[in-house]
Design a protein around this ligand. Structure first.
Ligand code: FAD
Length: 439
């Protein structure tokens, strides 16, 4: 029977010709070379936490969950080499054992490292880049089965492409990261009036190490999250208290409200106002890798745009206004985050300090009218969609938003001239290998 694959949200499925589970770089090289020899395209899957068909293929799907070992860690320099399939949660624990940590993280840690890198996965913090900015080297398995070292000395051009690759250059077997000494995060969650938050946005974003907020449409209360870094001793939250906060308040209550809203759509504004009233003040002080990620049990779909930071307020207000004017039943909160500019060719924050505005919808509910409407607003700010989240762009609309698009395509032609690592998504957003991405 054909083995099928589906993503976390359960709304992207494929039936690959075969799913392979290599346990080492040698095995990975062998399965890739065999697939290419059989004339089959190849895609790697990390943890399936993208909302699009980015990891899907009819050819050979490489499940990287068997490649999660730490290969080398130097606490003196912070340089660490790991197998590329390592889940961020596992990596956090591995690093902590060496007194090390990732410089910044997103709000879950279920992703595979290479999966998170491929889509420019980011956290929040105006002074911090996305995860890929800490990559100093990678080993990539090419269609021939050859393994190439990609680092700043051997091939700096390929490194700038491979850090955020959309999976289109080859399969990463290992990643070398610059990590930092293990540190503590002090997270402070509290409800704030939206207008006051937006009035003082720069002060929040520049004053906190990591600032973000959530916001339900039809409400004017921001659930603000300010996080400070320190070397102070962690004061772990008792597990029961964390479970009450995350499992009951952030997940069970949200699930209940979402189910009601899916049934009674006209009640969405009221339900959102009810949810906004559950925002409570809450503090956490623990090792960073235990603080960044929270539990996300309620299934949803998502679109997220990176826009130049100065447009944050206007773009958010226009998006909220669009939803409210059209009466769109959006049951999930917006999430607003910030990240520093970087130089990876396809980073969503390439060459500009960015604000990330994410819009979500509960599973099983119509999302397209909202996502398309918000996307049209983001287009006006030169918005770049998160590569792993829903959007309606194509190579034709994206190429002008990435100043180093041609350099990425040149590396792609060099490393994967036959397009073995191209799937429908890659064809749509990057174009064919030989088309320079113009299609
Ligand atoms: C609940 C939830 C919360 C999220 N939170 C955040 C967040 O805070 N910040 C954020 O930016 N994003 C967030 N995301 C999006 C998520 O981080 C990205 O979609 C990420 O790419 C998923 O990683 P994955 O391991 O599941 O990769 P997959 O979705 O399985 O794959 C993504 C891409 O990586 C490629 N890939 C995987 N492994 C390799 C490899 N070894 N070599 C080459 N290419 C590879 C795949 O081919 C594909 O192109 C969230 C998603 C969910 C579902």
């Amino acid at each position: 029977m054909t083995e099928r694959w589906k993503n976390w949200a359960g709304d992207q499925r494929c039936a690959p010709a075969r799913i392979v589970r290599p346990g080492s770089e040698d095995e990975l090289a062998e399965v890739v070379a065999r697939a290419a020899a059989d004339g089959l395209p190849v895609r790697a899957a990390g943890a399936g936490h993208s909302f699009t068909d980015i990891a899907c293929t009819d050819g050979v799907l490489v499940d990287t969950s068997g490649m999660q070992r730490m290969l080398d860690a130097d606490p003196a320099t912070g340089l660490v080499t790991v197998e590329a399939g390592v889940r961020l949660r596992v990596l956090g624990e591995q690093l902590a054992r060496h007194g090390l940590a990732l410089e910044n993280q997103g709000d879950i840690d279920a992703q595979a490292l290479a999966g998170a890198l491929a889509t420019a996965t980011h956290g929040t913090g105006a002074a911090f880049g996305n995860l890929s900015t800490r990559v100093v080297g990678m080993r990539l398995v090419l269609a021939s089965g050859d393994v190439v070292d990609v680092d700043g000395r051997s091939d700096p051009e390929a490194l700038l492409a491979a850090r955020v690759s959309v999976g289109a250059l080859g399969i990463a077997s290992t990643v070398t990261l610059q990590t930092v000494p293990l540190y503590t995060l002090h997270r402070h969650d509290r409800p704030l009036p939206l207008d006051a938050t937006l009035d003082a946005l720069d002060a929040h974003v520049d004053g906190d190490d990591h600032f973000e907020f959530f916001l339900f449409p039809y409400t004017r209360t921001a659930a603000a999250r300010s996080t400070r870094r320190s070397t102070e001793t962690p004061v772990p939250t008792p597990v029961w208290r964390r479970r009450v906060q995350e499992d009951l308040v952030e997940n069970a209550a949200l699930e209940l409200v979402c189910r009601s809203g899916r049934r009674f759509r006209s009640q969405v504004p009221r339900l959102n106002r009810l949810m906004a009233r559950t925002f409570a003040e809450h503090r956490v002080q623990d090792h960073a890798y235990k603080v960044y990620a929270t539990t996300r049990a309620v299934r949803f779909t998502e679109m997220e745009y990176a826009i130049p930071r100065p447009h944050a307020r206007e773009a958010l207000e226009r998006s909220l206004d669009l939803i409210e004017r059209r009466g769109l039943p959006i049951l999930f909160p917006f999430e607003v985050r910030f990240a520093a500019a970087d130089d990876a060719f396809l980073s969503t924050a390439h060459a500009r300090d960015s604000c990330y505005i994410a819009v979500h919808q509960y599973t099983g509910m119509e999302y397209e009218s909202c996502f398309r409407g918000v996307e049209a607003i983001m287009d006006e700010y030169g918005g770049r969609p998160h590569w792993g989240k829903r959007h309606y762009q194509s190579a034709a609309t994206l190429r002008e938003r990435y100043p180093e698009w041609a350099r990425f395509q040149a590396v792609r032609r060099r490393l994967d001239p036959d397009g073995v690592f191209t799937n429908d998504y890659v064809r749509r957003v990057l174009g064919p290998v030989d088309g320079g991405g113009a299609a």
